[in-house]
Design a binder for this molecule. Structure first.
Ligand code: DQA
Length: 142
């Protein structure tokens, strides 16, 4: 099983960015833990601060991977183009967020990409990524 974890803008700063919201661990640390926990999963990782590059990743991985765990960061709330890219690919995409976006500013309560995703996980800290993988595994093993 091949799964892509795809991170959007500012998530390259995990561990340094607002640690009270996004935690102390870097993505590299988290990826090490996830790869150890899921030796049967080929776990790929990509991050970009650019909307167009995220679309390129979705288009490329969407025909090659079994599923995508996607934290679109702030583009979640604005991007019709990401919505369309998710709709365009056969791989199921799980939208995830580290923070509970529903308890924060009002603009974070809107997601442009949720209707295109197979499900949404938010508010479990960095564990949201693991829960995203679990959701894809359960779906793919059906
Ligand atoms: C986020 C929530 C978004 O509102 C924010 O813009 C992010 C991170 C999260 O993981 O909690 O960059 O997607």
């Amino acid at each position: 099983m091949r799964i892509l974890i795809l991170n959007g803008p500012n998530l390259n700063l995990l561990g340094r960015r607002e640690p009270e919201i996004y935690g102390q661990d870097s993505m590299e640390t988290l990826l090490g833990r996830l790869r150890a926990a899921y030796p049967d999963v080929e776990l790929e990782y990509a991050q970009s601060n650019s909307e167009g590059v995220l679309i390129d990743h979705l288009q490329e991985a969407g025909y090659r991977c079994d599923g995508i765990v996607f934290n679109a960061g702030a583009y979640t709330h604005t991007s019709v183009a990401l919505h369309d890219a998710i709709k365009a690919i056969p791989a199921p995409v799980v939208e995830i967020h580290i923070s509970n976006v529903h308890t924060r500013e009002a603009f974070r309560r809107v997601s442009m990409i949720s209707p295109a995703c197979c499900g949404v996980i938010c508010g479990f800290g960095l564990d949201s990524y693991r829960l995203g993988i679990e959701a894809l595994r359960a779906r793919l093993q059906k």
